[in-house]
Design a protein. Sequence first.
Length: 168
Amino acid sequence: MLALAADDVHAREKQLAGEAVGTPVPPAHHPALHGKPAKTPPPNFADIQLRVFDLTNSNDAVIVLTARAREPQPVVSGEDTVPPKDFFVSEVAREDLNGDLHKVSSNVTDTRHLDVSPRWELIDAVDANGDGAGELLFQKFSDAGSAFAIYRVIGDQLYPIFEGTRGE
């Protein structure tokens, strides 16, 4: 699960680097300068919470990981050193009968982008509609406040059952 989370944090870092206007990419990440791409070290994880649920009573595990991730080292850009970013990661995966993980959902955000992508915090698994199958209850935190959301895992997708509105 941490490997899935690390891959998603790196993907989000690349996305944010592409969005930054006029921000040069650090030389360590230029494959043309080194012949091959540099292996990016994994982020440092903290506040890791791993929960495993059998939502449908079928012995198919649904695994939820939430954690904070920090870039392993500051980014040096010219003469400036940019402090490492803190990311909030929420991963939902399903384990099949062979023990293979299938990513269901991934949410990676940072404190500067909570207005666009809220931070997800798992509350618990609940049977929200009384049908005997469990759903995942999350609280989403954004710049505008927080809201609750309930999702059902079906196959390799997360389907919204309820999404509250964020209050001011």
